[in-house]
Design a protein around this ligand. Sequence first.
Ligand SMILES: Nc1nc2c(ncn2[C@@H]2O[C@H](COP(=O)(O)OP(=O)(O)OP(=O)(O)O)[C@@H](O)[C@H]2O)c(=O)[nH]1
Ligand SMILES: [Mg+2]
Ligand SMILES: [Zn+2]
Length: 344
Amino acid sequence: MAAGWNTGWKKSIALIKNQKNTSGGFIKGVVSRVESKDCYVLVPETGNIIRCAVKGKFKNEYNLKKDKLYKVNLAVVGDKVEFEENSDGTGIVYKIEARKNYLSRKAPKIKGAGYRGERLEQVIAANVDNLFVVSSVGIPKFNNKAVDRIIVAGESSSLNIYLVINKTDLDDDYEAEVWKELYASVGYNVITSSVVTGEGIEEIKGLLKGRKNIFWGHSGVGKSSLLNSMYELLNFKTGQTSTFTQKGKHTTVTSIMVRVEPDTYIIDTPGIREIDPYGITKENLGHYFIEFKPYIDMCRFNTCTHNHEPGCAVVAAVEEEKIPVERYESYLYMLETIEDDMVF
Ligand SMILES: Nc1nc2c(ncn2[C@@H]2O[C@H](COP(=O)(O)OP(=O)(O)OP(=O)(O)O)[C@@H](O)[C@H]2O)c(=O)[nH]1
Ligand SMILES: [Mg+2]
Ligand SMILES: [Zn+2]
């Protein structure tokens, strides 16, 4: 848990009076954590974190008719809000500013849910600059198909993407360099790292400055460990990876944003087991594989899904080794598993 996220709000009442006068009755802040119905709002000027309820009218706008199986987050980490103080030091959010962008996925499937196969959008964080797609070698093994799904989610939200391949100290087969080369050839900035040897840590830290940075990836790859090793003030809980399943155990359970320098924010997120990017159709998936872009317009059919269609320039580029076959296979796998989104 981040040191200090819950220590500020009790002693902040006196300060709030001043802030209130400067913003016409409302105090501006950024959501740093959401917990059931409440959100914790960081006030940048003071560093205080105020626990706020969100005014009911916002909730109703987003609630889904009768299907209560899905919870759509209303205020999410990174949202810019305005709140008013209560006399006990808590607050009420009255306004959520329009999001510059946001990162989302399809809400996870729920076993036994009686729905028609469509799925809702779950927003992970808003107003983010950099997405660090964190993966690992060793335990858990590098999973390029999983990485590509996260990249697609990031591309569809127009985020600045960095790929981190962590745990190089466990990399007996020198896999990290091979994958690094592949993703670099596609056009991504790749950082190989290890919390144990310190490789890559300063490089990642240098990329964070002045930005809002989200760390996202599968459970157990070392997101929280990486962040802890970069900033002394952080003390996120880190966990064990099961050697049997090679999977992490979801040590981080809720997304938390922390201001680590005056203008620099990091968001640690819970590990994901599966991710289906939201709002992507079979026709537009190819646009989020950035190396397909030069070829897409050259396909014979403009509805080409780069699968079986004759005259497909993407397939030709794969055959000519201009597009890595691993990425193309990953694309086909995603194409097969795309389901309809919930429209409402
Ligand atoms: N050998 C090695 N182990 C690491 C490295 N980074 C993290 N670990 C270990 O991997 C395990 C999982 O690390 P976490 O930081 O909890 O992983 P996470 O991605 O935050 O996991 P979730 O919170 O479940 O999503 C812990 O036992 C860490 O000590 C690394 O670079 N090398
Ligand atoms: Mg974690
Ligand atoms: Zn095509």
